[in-house]
Design a protein around this ligand. Sequence first.
Ligand SMILES: Cc1cc2nc3c(=O)[nH]c(=O)nc-3n(C[C@H](O)[C@H](O)[C@H](O)COP(=O)(O)OP(=O)(O)OC[C@H]3O[C@@H](n4cnc5c(N)ncnc54)[C@H](O)[C@@H]3O)c2cc1C
Length: 387
Amino acid sequence: MTDYLSTGALPDEYAQLAKTVRDFTRSVVAPVAAEHDRNHTFPYEVIAGMAELGLFGLPFPEEYGGQGGDYFALCLALEELAKADQSVAITLEAGVSLGAMPVYRFGTEAQKQEWLPQLTSGKSLAAFGLTEPGAGSDAGGTRTTATEDGADWVINGSKQFITNSGTDITKLVTVTAVTGVKDGGKKEISTILVPASTPGFTAEPAYDKVGWHASDTHPLSFDDVRVPRENLLGERGRGYANFLRILDEGRIAIAALSVGAAQGCVDESVRYAKEREAFGRPIGANQAIAFKIARMEARAHTARTAYYDAAALMLSGKPFKKQASIAKLAASEAAMDNARDATQIFGGYGFMNEYAVARHYRDSKILEIGEGTTEVQLMLIAREAGL
Ligand SMILES: Cc1cc2nc3c(=O)[nH]c(=O)nc-3n(C[C@H](O)[C@H](O)[C@H](O)COP(=O)(O)OP(=O)(O)OC[C@H]3O[C@@H](n4cnc5c(N)ncnc54)[C@H](O)[C@@H]3O)c2cc1C
């Protein structure tokens, strides 16, 4: 990884990875995306193919079954997948950056040995349960509790909107919970590993979402869920700080996914604008359409440079919080704006669910909400700017 990454000249190993995932997306992901969207089914066979390619192990060392790559490699894979199917891309994003990464970053050696090989292989999925009915943007409002009882933690409470939490291959849910009160009266929040098979843990029926129909999202309930004390992940009371770090990184990944969605809309629109005729010529021959597509391309490109920049800073060990928020803000807005414009270019066909641009139109809205809303990104950027 070099300090500076150019969108026009990726080092060979990254370019090769992007091409491999692009080919896989065209041949395996795209052909079944509309069907899984229509049926609201989790695409197990596609996820198995991604696992075989090693995508779930991309940023992890080989000793834990990973590919020995880095976070930027993960971002490139997300961008390529999201061009055709955001549901598949978010399954990878949440599985790696929210599921496995907390174990890798904060786990003991024993926890890493137990969980990482199965997660990096893509044979199992882990979810990250932070959001609660009363605690989203204000995640410090966590009410779920974990109390000590002998050699165990006993967890009670609920989580909301948790990705990858109820699939047949979900093996682990990492949750934040209040474990006490700090000096000064603030909540002490810690992070605890809960194997999905633990009695008292329930993934409630899946949500009926506007988009991301092939991604798995559930409310979770914890009713006297008992796990050993060794399942504490990271230091007691560091749960809040640790998940902020995970979310900072995750924003770069969501930005990459959003750029993929934005670019997918450009690619579809270029193809359609050449093909579709009105008034005796291709609609793309009208400057109104060509300029709309030019703006879409510019948005995708600008957002891409923003996530490349944030990733380069992160991987060189420099502060990247502001750049990650800027990238997430710019890229999620680019995805939503491009989805709206692409749908317009497709006319009535753009309003038909079977078309990829219609799926992007429904899928892209959540990009402005998940892993920190647009308003949260603006708060973070304003704070970094000194306000
Ligand atoms: C499909 C999907 C998948 C998800 N996956 C996960 C997951 O895997 N794990 C997980 O933990 N969570 C997950 N989430 C939750 C997601 O991160 C939250 O929905 C998001 O952080 C917003 O929280 P909230 O929904 O409680 O909205 P709220 O925090 O209640 O916000 C409501 C509105 O108020 C605005 N707002 C709040 N505070 C302020 C302020 N101070 N100033 C200005 N505006 C403000 C927000 O920007 C928003 O517009 C997922 C959500 C969805 C929909």
